[in-house]
Design a protein around this ligand. Structure first.
Ligand SMILES: [Zn+2]
Ligand SMILES: [Zn+2]
Length: 390
């Protein structure tokens, strides 16, 4: 045992539990080197594939809505549109693009902060800005929190030439609507000396509050993409498509809206491919490690065959016990013990490890070595030959 401990800690395991050790049980006993996937690698692989799948799903969805946008017919908003819909089956166009000026049906909304501004949709927001101490980065980082948000809307029409108009339904469900910011004011936080000490203790420094008002103003030009219907009251209406396609309202023109959506789809595609590549890299890494362990096993197999063919050509004291074979006299027994394998201490040393040339162990202990290195000098074993004593 003492020899063994000085040689390699893994030897303890081999000589205590795994005797007789064969090539097949070794991998199972001494570490999980035979198992191709480690927990961390499995986690990385799973996460990257899942994230890539999720991003690809978003990309496909976005791509579909971009394709639908590209196919959507554009109509000019005039008196002929109602006639066209009247002769269309179901009096409905599933996905159409129209453009018109915003006009309220009843009383418009008035701005709370800017006199004289009137609109049909209004978004009031109060955001708190503060600095928070980041323990990891050892710096103050900006942080923002919405304290209060309110959205108001009144029914409105899009008006085209010759007074033709389309009522816009459910404008809050539409995506892509960027309203004009008509009011923005920052209220700086004020604090005294005791507050400053409190801030350093709590790790939070308030900067102030930002008050904004956004509005879709009366008269603004809006592009709408959705389901166009001629209702029973002979009013044209634009509403979210029944087939689940994306409903758009935008203050930009149709081409800009389309390009925006295209670039968003491209971003999702890039993200999906980056994560898919990360997953592929993990797989490659696992494959490389597995190939290396296979190569080590092939090398060992080759050495074993070589050794066996050499043994077949001569006579080796491989099976003879170091003590049993020379138990005739006490003097001889001492020499026999000197000749015993340094690992098992029972069998005679029966092989030469090359290139170092050490004769230190029996062949079964050589086979049980966890790594192909000499137990005495740690040099890599390139060949092993039987020891013939004349
Ligand atoms: Zn041995
Ligand atoms: Zn050696």
């Amino acid at each position: 045992m003492s020899v063994c401990l000085s040689v390699s800690p893994l030897c303890v395991c081999l000589s205590l539990h795994c005797r007789p050790v064969t090539r097949e049980v070794r991998g199972v006993c001494c570490g999980m080197e035979e198992f191709p996937l480690r927990t961390v690698e499995g986690l990385c692989l799973g996460t990257s594939l899942a994230v890539s799948g999720l991003f690809f799903y978003i990309y496909r969805k976005k791509r579909k809505s971009v394709d639908k946008l590209n196919e959507a017919p554009q109509f000019t908003l005039d008196g002929k549109l109602a006639e066209l819909l009247n002769v269309t089956p179901g009096k409905c166009l599933q996905y159409a693009v129209i453009e018109g000026a915003v006009h309220p049906v009843g009383e418009p909304l008035r701005s709370q902060f800017q006199e004289g501004n009137v609109g049909v949709m209004q978004k009031l927001m109060l955001r708190e800005h503060k600095l928070v101490w980041n323990n990891l980065a050892r710096t103050w980082t900006d942080s923002e929190r919405v304290l209060h948000q309110r959205v108001n809307a009144v029914p409105f029409n899009l008006v085209g030439s010759d007074k033709a108009c389309v009522r816009v339904l459910c404008p809050l469900e539409a995506s892509g609507l960027e309203m004009e910011i008509i009011h923005e004011k920052f209220h700086q936080a004020t604090y005294g000396f005791s507050d400053i000490i409190g801030q350093y203790l709590s790790g939070e420094k308030p900067k102030g509050q930002l008050e904004t008002e956004e509005m879709l103003k009366v008269g603004a030009t809006v592009t709408g993409v959705g389901e166009l219907i001629l209702d029973t009251d002979r009013v044209l209406k634009l509403r979210p498509p029944a087939d689940g396609s994306e409903y758009f309202l935008s203050t930009t023109d149709f081409d800009t809206l389309r390009l925006e959506q295209e670039s968003q789809a491209a971003v999702w595609r890039v993200l999906a491919s980056v994560f898919a590549l990360a997953g592929a890299a993990v797989l490659l890494w696992v494959g490389r490690r597995y190939y290396r362990s296979l190569r080590v096993r092939w090398d060992q197999e080759r050495l074993r065959r070589e050794y066996e063919s050499l043994v077949a050509g001569g006579t080796v004291p491989e099976t003879g016990s170091a003590t049993g074979a020379t138990a005739e006299g006490s003097g001889e027994q001492e020499t026999a013990l000197e000749n015993a394998c340094v690992i098992c201490l029972t069998q005679a040393r029966s092989c030469v490890l090359l290139d170092c040339g050490h004769v230190c162990c029996c062949y079964s202990c050589y086979q049980a070595l966890p790594q192909p290195t000499c137990p005495i000098c740690r040099q890599t074993i390139n060949r092993v030959v039987p020891l013939f004593q004349a």
